[in-house]
Design a protein. Structure first.
Length: 325
């Protein structure tokens, strides 16, 4: 049962990260509000968030975010421009609105970070103090956003993770690039050398991590940052796990990087995806030692269980699919 002294505002609660964090906070006893321009629609369409209080507001409006955040101890900034579009025009103004709300209410901002901030000089294993010299425009924006959080007179918590995947995820590389969403799992297009390890973050595990940190946020430094290790596996290990989940051998294809590059000048989403190729050509892992020291352990769902749940949610496996023998 939620308690009255633990209240959080989640911006982007209908999105993949925001929705999972909202659900985890509810389980941990927080009262959760979700900001949405159409609260009635959000209440109808949000999965597993019946206990959330939906409030009307635009993530671009500092006044509306501040009004929604009254009485909250946390603001989860899960807002993200859809489909990689117009990051420069949307991402920073939305963050400024959240910062204004945090200043007005004293709430701590929880910010989901990713590996776009890093260039090859930080590879292969990044701790929280690794240099941030991104190779892409989107990475530069992410770095600027985190630096803005550090310079603002607000309390912050950055939790950084690798590639997200989960049962509800609109922008996962797994189901937007490697396998065909809403189609039976028969093939996989792997984006990089299959012997290289890559960091994957199962969203329910990441959300549980954020909820556990939220429970102790009053004891954390004013500007706290943690790396979530997740599943750190090679391409061969990912493909083998997908085959076990599917119960069959899968056709393994080359990822169509050349086609993406050819279309990139005309499609913004493909341009952004194409720029991320270097993250697949190199070993990209996150050191979670600081997180484990703080929490005692990192929440970790076995890979096959996580993949099965995610692919069922994305329409790639029957919901009653059992584990392969």
């Amino acid at each position: 049962m939620a308690t009255s002294d633990k209240s959080a505002l989640v911006i982007g609660a209908t999105g993949s990260v925001g929705g999972e964090v909202a659900a985890a906070l509810l389980v941990h006893g927080w009262r959760v509000r979700g900001l949405h321009r159409d609260p009635a629609r959000a209440a109808r369409e949000a999965v597993g968030l019946d206990a959330i209080e939906w409030v009307k507001g635009d993530a671009m409006s500092a006044a509306e975010v501040t009004a929604a955040a009254q009485g909250a101890q946390l603001i989860v900034h899960g807002a993200s421009p859809p489909g990689y579009r117009n990051w420069a025009g949307l991402a920073v103004p939305m963050l400024e609105a959240t910062i204004a709300a945090a200043k007005a209410t004293g709430a701590r901002i929880i910010f989901p970070g990713n590996v776009y901030n890093y260039g090859p000089d930080a590879f292969p294993m990044m701790a929280e103090d690794a240099p941030q010299n991104p190779r892409t425009r989107k990475g530069a924006i992410r770095v600027a956003m985190e630096r803005r959080l550090e310079s603002a007179s607000v309390r912050t918590l950055v939790v950084r993770a690798g590639d997200f995947f989960g049962p509800v995820s609109a922008s996962s590389f797994l189901t937007e690039g490697m396998v065909a969403k809403d189609k039976p799992l028969k093939s996989v297009a792997y984006p990089g050398p299959r012997e290289i390890r890559h960091a994957w973050a199962y969203l329910p595990d990441l959300a549980e991590t954020m909820a556990r940190l939220a429970d102790i946020e009053a004891t954390l430094p004013d500007h706290a940052a943690y790396h979530f290790g997740g599943h750190q596996i090679t391409g061969d290990e990912m493909i083998a796990a997908l085959e076990r989940v599917a119960g069959r051998r899968l056709t393994v294809k080359r990822f169509p990087w050349l086609a993406l590059r050819a279309l990139a000048p005309f499609v913004e989403m493909l341009r952004e995806l194409s720029e991320m190729r270097y993250l697949w050509d190199n070993t990209v892992l996150l050191d979670n030692a600081k997180l484990v020291k703080t929490l005692g352990a990192e929440p970790h769902t076995p890979l096959e269980t996580a993949l099965r749940t995610a692919l069922q949610g994305q329409g790639c496996l029957p919901v009653d699919q059992k584990a392969a023998a």
